[in-house]
Structures are given as structure tokens and as C-alpha cells.
Write a protein that binds this ligand. Structure first.
Ligand SMILES: Cc1cc2nc3c(=O)[nH]c(=O)nc-3n(C[C@H](O)[C@H](O)[C@H](O)COP(=O)(O)O)c2cc1C
Length: 400
């Protein structure tokens, strides 16, 4: 454990997470699929975009705040729902506290290790994420519970497909951790006493259950039990999406859109927001980087629904680039998971501070008074960078 727990970049948080966590746990956070092209491409694409800063006329005070689905946020960065926060004993509650301390919205996965009631108590600005899993009655019951707990929006993630293995190997995640499993896992875990100590202090073991997917009788499925339910559920149609949206009633985000035609269908289904997302490259490998497909989607539907982006955000400058290309806000996944693994709640706050600092610096250098002023004029976009999937190229698209 480094003496100073503060880190200055997300890359350093990742290095510390790698060192601190048993390899299989780190592997679960790294995720990705097959060759890892999409996961890598999401981050690499941001480096291809340049800034076009001004030399004078900068603003002394800059406004980074905005709203997402009617909820205020101190900056246009949300916690994206992820299902493996049991890497820390406080898991999603630690992340929710960090997000609340920094004034940002918490997206909570239905595969989370903590109940939504505890998470909403730590951060009232919670968006609950659901997959299309189980029958309609079950989904209605889950939505009722999330609503009663105070969730302010529903995120429907529909882009998850069956994982096809990773060339660098997938972590072995046990069904549950009992004495027999603990003995089996010991050789990989014992060389990481700092991580073990974090759990030992709380007298808890990593929780591999999904309490937000409890049945009507209150029994809580294991992570794999929940996964099994999702695998056995026939995939949704657009009519199902419209049904889900109507049943929820409140603000509704569809996560996983990469095509213009899908974005238009999402509008027709009545959604209030979409996230341009490829699940952080954990699905169909070789799907293009989300930042490349964002502009055409924002141009097609940005005046009808809120358009967000997730995938590859590691710096505040990346946030500025996504906003300049049409996103209202972004969601982050691995960045805060690495912060959580590196230093618990403080590590997540550290990551949010890094993103805020980098975003503010970009807004300053670009001569803008706030995030709402960012535009494509602030960027250097290489020819052929933008891609339009599932539709004719939008007007003004250099790729057209
Ligand atoms: C380890 C891991 C677990 C995830 N679990 C979920 C999940 O349960 N629900 C969901 O909608 N997205 C999930 N995602 C996708 C993230 O919400 C988000 O789309 C993605 O991480 C963004 O890319 P980034 O990690 O490069 O920021 C997960 C991603 C990772 C890396």
C-alpha cells in the first residue's frame, strides 16, 4: 500500500487496483470480451480527438453543473451501474456516499451487492438499472421496490449479450464463498493482505448475491442465479421496451444504443434519455468506440431526448470531448471501480475530483463559461473519425 493514498490519474488508480486485488478480482473489474478491441477502442478514440484552445478571454468562474433527467448534478458525470462492487466491503454504499459527497448521481445495478434501500439512504439521487430479466410481474415488482426506495429514474440496459470469453482469460467467480471455496481461493488471495484486511476489519466476506433481485418471498439469488434468470428470459421487442417505459412511468433511460435507427426507435418507445454505450466493450467485441457514433445519434435525436455517453472515460478532458460532440453528460464505469479498489470511498471521491479538475481545466482553456457552451468548434476531429451506424449519414457529417 503506497504511503500517500491519493492518486493523480485514473491510470494510477488502475495500477494500484491491480496491485492490491487478487488477480481474479482485478480481472472481474477489467472485464472486456474476446480480443478486447472495443474496450480498448473506447479509450483510444478519445486520444485521437484534439482540443482547439484560446489564448486569452478565459472565464474566471466556470459552471460545470447540469441536470440529467431532471436531477441536478454538480458536473456532467454519473456513476454508471456496475455489478461487481463487492470488491469493497461497503461496495455500492461506499460509491453512493462518494457520489453524494461530490454531488453526482448514482446509477445502481440490479446485480449490485447492496440493497437499493441502503444505497438510496446514502445518496438520494439514485437511478436504478434493470435488465430484461424474469417475467413481467417480476419486473413490475422490482420497479415498485425501486420506486418505493426513492429511485429517481430507471435505466434499462438491453445491450448485454452472452459473453464469449477473453483472450487474456476470464476470472473464476465462485457461486458463494464458504470454507471449501475459501481454501481453494487462498493461494490467489493470501498474497494481498491489504485487501483481505479491509474485509477482515468488517468481519464480512465478499457478497456474491443480488439483493435487488429478491423473490416475492424475500429470498435473495446468488449472482449466478440472477444471471441464469436473465439467460432464460426471451430478449425484449421494441413493444416490450415501450411497456417497460410505461410501467415505470417516470424518467427512463435506455442504455446501450449505438445505431441511429435504434435511437429513433427508442424515441418512438417513449424513452426520456439514451446512453450511447457498448457496455464498456463487454459485449460484442469490435463494436466501434461510443465516441465515434455519438455525434450522428445526438444530431438525429438530441432535440427529442437527452443523449448521454459511456465507455472509455478516464479523464476530465474526455468528458469535455463527449459534451462537445453532443452528450449532455457521461457515465463512468471502470474509473470509479478502480478508485474503489484502490482506496474505498475516498478513492471514488479521488476519481471524481480528477474528472472535475480535468473538465474544469478544459472548459477554462477552451474559453467557455460552462459545460453548456462546449461545441464541436472546440475540437480537432480527424477525418473519418465519426461513424454513423444504422442510418444515412447525418447532415454535416465529415464521414458522409
Ligand atoms: C465490471 C463491470 C460490470 C458492469 N456491470 C454492469 C451492470 O451490472 N449493468 C449495466 O448496465 N452495466 C454494467 N457495466 C457497464 C457499465 O455500466 C458501463 O457501461 C461501462 O463500464 C462504461 O465503460 P467504462 O468502464 O470504460 O467507463 C459493467 C461494466 C464493468 C466494467
Amino acid at each position: 500500500m503506497p504511503r500517500n493514498p491519493w492518486f493523480e490519474t485514473v491510470a494510477e488508480a488502475q495500477r494500484r487496483a491491480k496491485k492490491r486485488l487478487p488477480y481474479m478480482v482485478y480481472g472481474a473489474l477489467l472485464a472486456g470480451s474476446e480480443r478486447g478491441r472495443t474496450a480498448h477502442g473506447n479509450t483510444a478514440a478519445f486520444a485521437e480527438l484534439g482540443f482547439a484552445p484560446h489564448v486569452a478571454g478565459h472565464h474566471a468562474n466556470r459552471d460545470l453543473s447540469t441536470t440529467v433527467l431532471g436531477v441536478e448534478t454538480s458536473m456532467p458525470v454519473l456513476i454508471s451501474p456496475t455489478g461487481v462492487q463487492a470488491v469493497d466491503p461497503d461496495g455500492e454504499v461506499a460509491v453512493a456516499r462518494a457520489a453524494a459527497n461530490r454531488g453526482v448521481i448514482m446509477g445502481l445495478s440490479s446485480f449490485a451487492s447492496k440493497p437499493i434501500e441502503e444505497v438510496a439512504a446514502a445518496n438520494p439521487n439514485v437511478f436504478f438499472q434493470m435488465y430484461w430479466s424474469g417475467d413481467r410481474d417480476t419486473m413490475v415488482r422490482r420497479m415498485d421496490r425501486a420506486r418505493a426506495a426513492g429511485a429517481k429514474a430507471l435505466i434499462a440496459t438491453l445491450d448485454w449479450s452472452f459473453s464469449n470469453g477473453r483472450d487474456w482469460g476470464s476470472p473464476v467467480i465462485p457461486e458463494r464463498i464458504d470454507l471449501k471455496t475459501a481454501v481453494k481461493l487462498a493461494p490467489g488471495v493470501l498474497p494481498h493482505p491489504g485487501w483481505l484486511w479491509r474485509f477482515a476489519k468488517t468481519k464480512r466476506i465478499p457478497d456474491l448475491t443480488a439483493p435487488n433481485l429478491a423473490s416475492a418471498d424475500g429470498s435473495v439469488p446468488t449472482f449466478f442465479g440472477a444471471y441464469g434468470e436473465w439467460m432464460q428470459t426471451p430478449p425484449p421487442t421494441w413493444e416490450d421496451v415501450a411497456w417497460l417505459r410505461k410501467e415505470w412511468g417516470g424518467p427512463f433511460m435506455l442504455k446501450g444504443v449505438t445505431r441511429v435507427d435504434d435511437a429513433r426507435k427508442a424515441v418512438d418507445a417513449g424513452v426520456t434519455a439514451i446512453s450511447v454505450s457498448n457496455h464498456g466493450g463487454n459485449n460484442l467485441d469490435t463494436t466501434p468506440a461510443t465516441i465515434r457514433v455519438l455525434p450522428s445519434i445526438a444530431e438525429a435525436v438530441g432535440d427529442q431526448v437527452e443523449v448521454l455517453l459511456d465507455g472509455g472515460i478516464r479523464r476530465g478532458g474526455d468528458v469535455a470531448k463527449a459534451l462537445a460532440l453532443g452528450a449532455r453528460a457521461v457515465l463512468i464505469g471502470r474509473a470509479y471501480l478502480w478508485g474503489l479498489a484502490a482506496n474505498g470511498q475516498a478513492g471514488v471521491e479521488n476519481v471524481l475530483d480528477i474528472l472535475r479538475g480535468g473538465l474544469d481545466s478544459a472548459v477554462l482553456g477552451l474559453g467557455r463559461a460552462g459545460v453548456h457552451e462546449l461545441s464541436a468548434d472546440d475540437l480537432v476531429v480527424p477525418p473519418g473519425f465519426r461513424l454513423t451506424l444504422g442510418g444515412s449519414d447525418a447532415p454535416g457529417d465529415p464521414a458522409s
